[in-house]
Design a protein around this ligand. Structure first.
Ligand SMILES: Nc1ncnc2c1ncn2[C@@H]1O[C@H](COP(=O)(O)OP(=O)(O)OP(=O)(O)O)[C@@H](O)[C@H]1O
Ligand SMILES: [Mg+2]
Length: 263
């Protein structure tokens, strides 16, 4: 079982969109995937058509068993027309109580210890995180094998990216003390990219100068992403022939390749 986390301390850059598409796409491909909504906003929960509830809080603070908090997502919610779903998508939901987890867990191993119980029943765990750093993020860093950084090609998003990288590096020191490997950086994914704006293309160039091959192909800004979100379906399920769906599958492919290096 591998654990990956989507991070950027700037809000609204595509963390939840990418997390849900990666989780659903890899479930279609045959993996048993758990998407963990670790954001008090509960947007990953809502994006998969479920009600917000304190799943992660119950698990980590009230010590509730996994079987009481996991929610299996029906394949019809994310399947691609004429393509069998070969794996399974499961969600650990969130609500506003997630905000209180950081004050209630006793140590930074809380997440790693609980999620170890899933070994053998899940192939991949994907954490969608909130933009505001907290001690919960610290605990997720200890559990994580790989990170993916979505970012828009704008200054404030880059600032959020840099802050997230600093926090990961601080967490690495902590991991080292406990004999844990460094976290694999899967990549930096430019999102909501506007091809025709000079600002975006200049900023993308700058990002590539700084991070080189870690920067993946940008995902273009297209209305269909928001339309699909509004009816709580992934773009490849809602509009399988669209350019957005093509971008989403390219993302899923790249994550699948990256997972071979992780853990
Ligand atoms: N490629 C895209 N083109 C157009 N809209 C997009 C694209 N990707 C995401 N969006 C939209 O942008 C908004 C923000 O995306 P999302 O919720 O995934 O960001 P986030 O980083 O998870 O935000 P937060 O930090 O609040 O959790 C959503 O309404 C989503 O539908
Ligand atoms: Mg989000």
């Amino acid at each position: 079982m591998k654990i990956i986390t989507l991070l950027n301390e700037k809000g609204g850059v595509g963390k939840t969109t990418l997390a849900t598409h990666i989780a659903a796409g890899l479930a279609v491909r045959g993996m048993r995937v758990l998407l963990v909504d670790a954001d008090p906003q509960g947007h990953a929960t809502v994006a998969l058509g479920l009600q917000k509830e304190p799943g992660l809080y119950d698990l980590l603070v009230r010590n509730v068993p996994f079987k009481s908090v996991l929610r299996v997502i029906p394949p019809k919610a994310y399947q691609v027309p004429n393509l069998a779903v070969n794996g399974q998508l499961v969600l650990l939901p969130s609500n506003v109580e997630t905000r209180n987890i950081a004050n209630s867990i006793s140590d930074s191993f809380a997440v790693a210890e609980r999620f170890r119980e899933l070994e053998g029943t899940m192939d991949l765990v994907v954490f969608d995180t909130s933009p505001t750093p907290s001690l919960l993020h610290g605990s997720i860093y200890i559990a994580t094998d790989g990170v993916l950084y979505p970012t828009t090609c704008e200054y404030l998003s880059f600032d959020g990216l840099v802050e997230s990288i600093k926090h990961r590096q601080a967490a690495e020191a902590h991991r080292k003390q406990w004999g844990l490997n460094a976290i694999e950086v899967l990549g930096i994914v430019p999102t909501m990219y506007r091809t025709k704006t000079i600002e975006h293309s200049e900023n993308l160039k700058q990002l590539r100068e700084q991070f080189g091959a870690l920067v993946w192909n940008p995902i273009s800004q297209r209305t269909i992403w928001a339309e699909a979100a509004a009816i709580r379906r992934p773009v490849f399920s809602f509009a399988p022939e669209s350019l957005a769906a093509r971008d989403a599958w390219e993302l899923v492919n790249r994550v699948q390749e990256g997972l071979a290096r992780v853990g």
